[in-house]
Design a protein. Structure first.
Length: 667
């Protein structure tokens, strides 16, 4: 076992509150909030962030501050359930909108979307249970950076509450920081909401600063999305990942778009920006896909031993074991009978959903079997990567691309062999149905793995955490479809194109739609030269990272962030880089000072993401309800140049405010 030294609360022999109705209610409520916020963020920028640390801070503020319960185990369960909503939203937004973008759906089918989320999320929880000992307990390689950080937040909050309850006037700097953490989150939330209010609801600020020009047949593009949430993402993932995402974006707009812009047909009368968008959709995103496939295969190879050990652990679950009373509470999982009953329900629900989509018993059996194998496979991969680089950096979209391509290739093979006779749209629905549940399982399992590490460090019961994960998944599953419906139809009514439009770009879903149409619709086809070029880029990054490892360089290079930067709209990587630079500056300040400015920055950033995202959902709801008055104050009479300068000044000022708030020493 390779755990840090046990935290003091875990060593206490006194019984403490853990699985209580209050923890369940708070966890379920935060699961809904985090799920809705991440639906908006993911549809807009194609990225989601971990909810564990902000949820832990909010839980400690409510339990320790407002209710004075000083219960670290209850707070741990609250963040466990809350993070389930965040992880599940990622699985859904990457896949289900593709059914709209392919034309199979015109709006989200509530029960299909809900049941895909529920079944996929629960499979992620269940598949992770036999892997807990392999990855969480026994692994010496996996350090779980975010899981350990969340445990430290929980412990510091308990120490702060204990010091205040004991009348101590001198509480440690870390405890004071934890006590004020909730204020940082709520300040960030208010700031993010106000900025979004000025941009989307009042129309005072532009949503994007961009420039495009044509020089002969070549088109050049520069852009920056005016989104504090994207800056916040960079502040959370750090400078190395931000630089790699920016590098991918620079490859897209500085190399690929000028290089391939002469290949766009019928450009007469098109604006340079429209030509750049056409090049990105026809060429650039497939370069990113090719690189991500290479990254997914490399990730699978790295985790091969862990998967073999997980299979051994799974088979051990069915052997005679000691009774639950003989197992220490810190090692007790959900019992095997409960796991089997829930798993059976998930399989039946999955088969029901697939039959509703496909109308074929044979294809339903095939897709259900393929889904189960892939879900177990990618559960192991996601858990390993979360332990290695953290939940926020897990390349789930790359794994889902691999699942889409694998499922599509298998179905295409069966169709070519004459073993399956189905329409192209049915095959597309089958591939996306497999990918939807696999993606939900992978996202949730990584989150479960991270939370179980946190729980182990604070002395929690794995069984209690698994129960809260099941509850969090179940509650969040029922709100994801309405949230996406409101955002999609509200965006359509506001003239922004719905999902796949100007605001809700949904890059992963758009990509999966293009991939499946290319595989099954005649005349579509896939741009194999671009995929091969991307694969070559992925191999080059792998070789470069291998060389850096051989040279024992502290700097490493990963395929997935670079590939993500290539296939995301280029304007998104610039604010992420700004956030990464802010993270670096805060880290330097932390080294010079006696408080954790970087940790404060993460809390501010988490609040900004929640504020902008929730206000975005609210704006979508107003548009859905045909509320039009938010256009009345647009620009305040400024010229185009004045509007651009005012937007840039406001954006820079907001970034500076975020940095100063994080860098300010807590009194």
């Amino acid at each position: 076992m390779h755990d840090p030294s046990p935290l003091s609360p875990a060593a206490s022999p006194a019984p403490r509150r853990e699985l209580t109705w209050l923890a369940i209610a708070l966890g379920a409520g935060l699961s809904v909030v985090m799920g809705a916020a991440n639906v908006y963020l993911g549809l807009r920028v194609g990225l989601v962030v971990s909810a564990s640390i902000p949820a832990a801070v909010v839980a400690m503020a409510i339990l320790n501050g407002a209710l004075r319960r000083n219960s670290i185990l209850e707070a741990n369960l609250v963040q466990t359930a809350a993070s389930a909503g965040e992880s599940l939203s990622a699985g859904i937004i990457f896949t289900m909108p593709a059914l709209i973008l392919t034309g199979i759906w015109t709006t989200f089918d509530y029960w299909t979307t809900t049941l895909v989320a529920w079944a996929g999320g629960l499979l992620g929880v269940l598949f992770m249970i036999p892997m807990r000992r392999v990855f969480v307990v026994d692994s010496r390689e996996l350090l779980f950076p975010e899981g350990v950080a969340c445990a430290e937040v929980l412990r510091a909050g308990e120490l702060a509450a204990a010091g205040a309850a004991g009348g101590e006037s001198d509480v440690s700097g870390r405890s004071r920081a934890a006590a004020g953490g909730a204020l940082l989150i709520f300040a960030g939330l208010a700031g993010g909401a106000i900025f979004k209010l000025c941009e989307s609801l009042l129309g005072l600020l532009k949503s994007t600063l961009e420039w495009a020009a044509a020089r002969g047949e070549r088109v050049f593009y520069l852009g920056c999305d005016v989104s504090p949430a994207l800056v916040a993402v960079g502040m959370i993932v750090g400078l190395p990942i931000s630089v790699q995402i920016f590098t991918g974006g620079a490859i897209a707009w500085l190399v690929a778009i000028p290089l391939f812009s002469p290949d766009v047909p019928d450009t007469a009368g098109m604006k340079p920006k429209d030509i750049a968008d056409a090049v990105r959709m026809s060429h650039v995103i497939y370069i990113g896909v090719g690189a991500m496939v290479v990254g997914g295969i490399a990730s699978i190879w790295k985790v091969r031993r862990g998967m073999a050990m997980a299979v051994v652990e799974l088979t051990a679950k069915f052997r005679p074991q000691s009774t639950a009373a003989e197992v220490p509470r810190e090692e007790r999982d959900l019992d095997t009978r409960t796991i089997l009953w829930i798993a059976a329900a998930c399989v039946l629900v999955t088969a029901f959903v697939y039959y509703g989509l496909l109308k074929s018993a044979g294809l339903t059996l095939l897709t259900t079997g393929v889904m189960l194998v892939m879900a177990f496979f990618f559960t192991a991969v996601a858990s390993y990567i979360v332990g290695l680089v953290g939940n926020s950096n897990s390349p789930v979209s790359g794994m889902t691309i691999t699942a889409v391509l694998g499922a599509g290739a298998l179905l295409h093979l069966f169709m070519q062999a004459g073993w399956l006779e189905v329409a192209a749209t049915t095959a597309i629905a089958a591939a996306l149905g497999i990918a939807g549940i696999v993606c939900c399982a992978a996202c949730t399992s990584g989150d479960v793995c991270n939370d179980l590490k946190t729980g182990r460090l604070v002395g929690a019961s794995p069984r209690s955490q698994q129960i809260l994960q099941v509850i969090g998944v179940t509650v969040a599953a029922f709100v994801l479809s309405p949230t996406m419906t409101v955002l999609h139809e509200g965006s359509l009514k506001a003239g922004k194109g719905g999902i796949g439009g100007t605001e809700l770009a949904a890059p992963q879903a758009k990509l999966f739609a293009e991939l499946t149409k290319g595989m099954f619709l005649q005349g579509s086809g896939l741009p194999w030269p671009m995929l091969a070029l991307g694969a070559g880029l992925g191999v080059a990054v792998l070789v470069a990272d291998w060389l850096l490892g051989r040279w024992r360089s502290p700097v490493r290079l990963y395929v997935m962030p670079v590939a993500v930067g290539v296939y995301l709209p280029p304007k998104l990587s610039v604010p992420i880089l700004f956030g990464g630079i802010a993270h670096y500056l805060l880290t330097r300040r932390s080294r010079r000072a006696e408080f954790d400015a970087t940790g404060r920055g993460v809390l501010v950033a988490s609040g900004v993401i929640a504020g902008e995202s929730l206000l975005g959902v609210f704006v979508g709801l107003l548009a859905y309800l045909d509320y039009k008055s938010f256009e009345s104050a647009k620009r305040l009479g400024l010229s185009e140049m004045g509007w651009t300068l005012a937007t840039a000044a406001a954006f820079v000022g907001f970034i500076a405010w975020m940095g100063l708030l994080a860098a300010r020493r807590q009194r």
